[in-house]
Design a protein around this ligand. Structure first.
Ligand SMILES: Nc1nc2c(ncn2[C@@H]2O[C@H](COP(=O)(O)OP(=O)(O)OP(=O)(O)O)[C@@H](O)[C@H]2O)c(=O)[nH]1
Length: 382
C-alpha cells in the first residue's frame, strides 16, 4: 500500500490539533483536571511540532530540525507529566525540559545537526524514555488508581516499541517529508496519529472512571466521621446478610446512640457535638475489622454489622467500645457516654429491617435502664 507522506502529515497535524482542542474543552468542562490539561498541551504542541517539522526546503532548516523537534520533545514530556499527575505525583520541570534541552545542545554540534541517522536515533531514544516513564508511572500506581490502566499501558508500550524499531531500522532514510519521504516515515506519521487518538481516549476514560468512583464513594460516606452513611450501610449490609444465609455464617448488629447528645449541643455548641461524633466514629472504625460494616445512620446514631461474629464476641466488643468512649477526655471537660443495643442476624431471620428493629428494641432497653450500657435483644423483653 502506498501512503502519501504529505497527505499523512497534513492529516496528522489536523488530528493532533483537533484532539488537543477537544481535550482542552474536556479539561475546561471537567473541573480543570490537571491530567487533561497537560495532555491537551501535549497534543497541541505535538501538532505544532509536526507543523514546524514539515517546513523543509524553505532554506530555514533550523526551524524544523531544531525548533520543531524541541517542541515535539516537550510534547512527549508533557504526555508523561499528564500520566504522572494522574498517578498523584508532582511535576518535575527540569526533567520535562531535559529532552528538548539535550536536543538543542546536540544541534550545536555540526556532526549531529547534519547526520540524519544520528538525529533519528537520538530522537527515538528521547521518545522511548518519555513514553517508558509514562508507562512506569501507571504501572507503579496501578493499585492505588482503582481504574483499569491496562489499555493505556498497551498503547504506551506499543508506542515505545515502535520507536525502538525506528532507532534500529530507520538509519539513513531521508527525513525530508515534503519532497521524498520514506516508507518508515509514513508509518511513523500514521503511528503517531493513532497513538495520539488512542492515548487521548484511554486517558479521558481513566479520568472519567476515577471521577465517577470518587463521586460514588463521596455519596456513600459521612463527611463528618469518614465512615459510611445510611445508604452505604443498607447496600453493604444486605449483601453481607445474603452471604451469611448462603454460607451459614452468623452476624450481629450493634446499634449505638450517644447519650444526652442534645444537652451537649445546647451547652457547648454544635462544634463540640461534631467533635464527639467524629471521636465516636473513629473508635468504631478502629475497634472493628475491615469486613464489618460501620456507618453513621442518623444524627447521633451509629451501626455496626459484625460479620462472622457470635453473640459473645459482639457483646464483648460493644462493651469495649462503650468503655473507650466513656473514658475519652472531651475538650469541653464533660463526660459523654453511649448506649448500645445488640441483636443477632439469626434472631431477625437474616432480614435487615427486622434486625434494625430488634437492635432498636435492645437500645431502647439500654436507655431505659439508665444509659451508658450495652443491652442485647431478648425475645421475652417486650
Ligand atoms: N453537633 C451535631 N449535632 C447533631 C448532628 N445531627 C443531629 N444532631 C443533634 O443530635 C441531637 C439528638 O437529640 P435527641 O434525639 O433528643 O437525643 P439525645 O439528646 O442524645 O437523648 P437520648 O438519645 O435519649 O440520650 C439533636 O439535638 C440534634 O440536633 C450533627 O451532625 N452534629
Amino acid at each position: 500500500m502506498q501512503l502519501n507522506v504529505q497527505t499523512l502529515v497534513v492529516v496528522d497535524i489536523y488530528v493532533l490539533m483537533l484532539v488537543g482542542l477537544l481535550m482542552l474543552h474536556a479539561w475546561r468542562r471537567g473541573r480543570r483536571e490537571a491530567t487533561l490539561g497537560y495532555l491537551a498541551a501535549a497534543l497541541l504542541l505535538g501538532g505544532l511540532g509536526t507543523l514546524l517539522g514539515s517546513l523543509r526546503n524553505l532554506g530555514i532548516d533550523w526551524l524544523p530540525i531544531l525548533v520543531g523537534n524541541v517542541v515535539l520533545h516537550v510534547s512527549a514530556a508533557l504526555s508523561w507529566v499528564a500520566l504522572r499527575v494522574f498517578a498523584g505525583r508532582r511535576v518535575h520541570w527540569p526533567e520535562v525540559a531535559a529532552g528538548g534541552a539535550l536536543w538543542a545542545l546536540l544541534c550545536l554540534w555540526p556532526t549531529f545537526y547534519e547526520s540524519q541517522a544520528l538525529r533519528i536515533q537520538v530522537y527515538s531514544l528521547i521518545a522511548v524514555t518519555y513514553t517508558g516513564l509514562g508507562a512506569f508511572e501507571l504501572w507503579r500506581s496501578r493499585r492505588q488508581l482503582e481504574v483499569d490502566v491496562r489499555p493505556a499501558l498497551v498503547l504506551l508500550l506499543g508506542h515505545a516499541g515502535f520507536y525502538c524499531a525506528r532507532a534500529v531500522l530507520d538509519h539513513d532514510m531521508p527525513f525530508d517529508m515534503v519532497s521524498t519521504g520514506s516508507s518508515f516515515f509514513s508509518l511513523l506519521v500514521l503511528e503517531t496519529m493513532l497513538f495520539s487518538i488512542g492515548i487521548a481516549f484511554v486517558t479521558l476514560a481513566m479520568v472519567k472512571e476515577r471521577a465517577e468512583l470518587r463521586y460514588k464513594s463521596a455519596a456513600m460516606r459521612d463527611p463528618l466521621t469518614g465512615i459510611g452513611n445510611r445508604r452505604a450501610f443498607i447496600d453493604a449490609a444486605e449483601r453481607l446478610l445474603a452471604d451469611c444465609v448462603r454460607l451459614r455464617r452468623p452476624a450481629v448488629l450493634l446499634l449505638c446512640d450517644l447519650d444526652h447528645f442534645k444537652r451537649l449541643n445546647d451547652h457547648f455548641g454544635h462544634a463540640a457535638g461534631d467533635q464527639a461524633l467524629a471521636d465516636f466514629g473513629r473508635i468504631l472504625a478502629s475497634r472493628t475489622r475491615q469486613q464489618d460494616i460501620c456507618a453513621r445512620i442518623g444524627g447521633e446514631e451509629f451501626v455496626c454489622l459484625l460479620a462472622e461474629a457470635d453473640h459473645g464476641v459482639a457483646l464483648a466488643l460493644a462493651e469495649r467500645i462503650r468503655q473507650e468512649f466513656a473514658e475519652l477526655p472531651f475538650a469541653t471537660g464533660g463526660q459523654l457516654s453511649v448506649s448500645i443495643g445488640i441483636a443477632t442476624a439469626e434472631q431477625a431471620g437474616y432480614d435487615l429491617t427486622r434486625l434494625l428493629s430488634l437492635a432498636d428494641q435492645a437500645l431502647y432497653a439500654a436507655k431505659a435502664a439508665g444509659r451508658n450500657r450495652v443491652e442485647a435483644y431478648r425475645p421475652d423483653s417486650r
